[in-house]
Design a protein around this ligand. Structure first.
Ligand code: ADP
Ligand code: MG
Length: 374
């Protein structure tokens, strides 16, 4: 068993066009693994320390042909997509190869850069597509006749506390959402969830595209293209090891790689949400506020402060139920806290960093998921 603290990375994005036009003021700085946030009006500042601090605010250069952003010179501290993948994505894949379940989730207010880190835009591919490429590169490089690898993908959306299968066409959506079940062998799982077997990067890309197209996207003032839902991509990676002499299967390792792009963490009022959107907002907050409660309890448990008879409130929301294993159990977990650089978003940034600060004190105990074959 490997006891490991949840790893936390924080990443700050560039000013967007609106912020640039309005002459937005910067309230974040990073040095080494320290992130500092200040409020000039209040005359206060606070320093946070995380496993990784990614400065993606300035110091980048865009390749005119490909649109890929990299450092604009040797002195630049700009963290590009490849750097984030090399630190976080590779770690996730290494763990999966060992047979550990892994979970990577992106947290932050709408427009802070969660999808940029997880999925990416255009040629600035995020962790998910680079990881998918790397999975098949590793499988093909190893090419041993005595090891068989299987990859399968599934994709879910949690919207208004309902779980939907993104790999099913919208007309097949189940009224009220899919049911979450638990069994001693499989743990917590979503009933009737589609799993697509993939044998190449092209195949898994097509599956991800299909899933992304069926996501529920609603416009809010914060970010016209932002999704108001949580998206959970699970890549199941199985290795079967065969005896070189007898050709019989010896051993099997299976790992679930959960890659989660959370809905915006902001309070409903700031998005200008009304009516339906407000209803969504409160449900999103229910899943996210439960995530907050779960994190607080897990942090207490890790430091031995959880009261007797006190339970971790996983069951209070769909998100925490699905992520139960990933958050407080048999999983290697990493969080990316995405933040805005602008003073205008100071309160949300502080709330994200406080959240991240609590997450880093959670300790999980992951086991290698291995079954000897008869
Ligand atoms: P979220 O998913 O948190 O709502 P997005 O990932 O869609 O936010 O990011 C909002 C905008 O900011 C997008 O236009 C995106 O391209 C840009 N952006 C976010 N992070 C970065 C980054 N690290 N470098 C460059 N642009 C970024
Ligand atoms: Mg997004």
């Amino acid at each position: 068993m490997a006891a490991s603290a949840v790893k936390v990375a924080v990443r700050v994005r560039p000013f967007n066009n609106r912020e640039r036009e309005e002459g937005a003021e910067l309230c974040v700085d990073m040095k080494g693994n320290m992130t500092k946030v200040w409020n000039r009006e209040q005359g206060t500042s606070r320093e946070f320390f995380f496993d990784y601090s990614y400065w993606s605010h300035d110091g980048s250069r865009e390749d005119p042909e490909t649109g890929v952003l990299t450092k604009d010179g040797p002195g630049s501290r700009y963290a590009d997509q490849q750097m984030v993948f090399n630190d976080i994505g590779i770690g996730v894949l290494d763990n999966a190869w060992e047979g550990y379940h892994c979970c990577l989730f992106a947290y932050g207010q709408t427009g802070s850069g969660k999808s940029y880190s997880m999925v990416g835009y255009g040629n600035n591919k995020g962790i998910i597509p680079i990881a998918c490429e790397e999975i098949f590169r590793r499988i093909n490089d190893r090419a041993s006749p005595y090891i068989e690898c299987k990859v399968a993908a599934s994709m879910l959306e949690i919207y208004n506390e309902q779980v939907q299968d993104l790999l099913q066409p919208p007309q097949n959506r189940v009224k009220g959402g899919l049911k979450i079940r638990e069994d001693p062998k499989r743990g917590v799982f979503v009933e009737d969830q589609t799993e697509e077997v993939c044998t190449s990067y092209e195949e898994i890309s097509a599956v991800l595209d299909k899933g992304n197209k069926s996501r529920t996207v609603a416009a809010t003032q914060m970010n016209a293209t932002s999704s108001r839902a949580h998206t959970v991509l699970t890549i199941s990676f199985t290795q079967i090891f065969y005896d070189e002499e007898t050709g019989k299967p010896l051993n099997r390792k299976q790992s679930n790689i959960n890659l989660v792009d959370l809905a915006g963490s902001e309070r409903a009022s700031k998005t200008g949400a009304t009516g339906d959107r407000l209803q969504e907002g409160s449900n999103i907050n229910k899943s996210l506020s439960t995530l907050g409660k779960v994190i607080t309890s897990l942090a207490k448990r890790s430091s031995g402060q959880l009261g007797k008879g006190e339970v971790i409130p996983y069951r209070e929301s769909k998100l925490t139920r699905i992520l139960q294993n990933a958050l407080g159990g048999n999983s290697m977990t990493t969080m990316i806290a995405a933040i805005s650089p602008a003073t205008f978003n100071y309160d949300e940034t502080m709330s994200t960093l406080r959240y991240a600060d609590a997450v880093k004190s959670i300790k999980n105990a992951a086991v290698i998921n291995e079954t000897p074959q008869e």
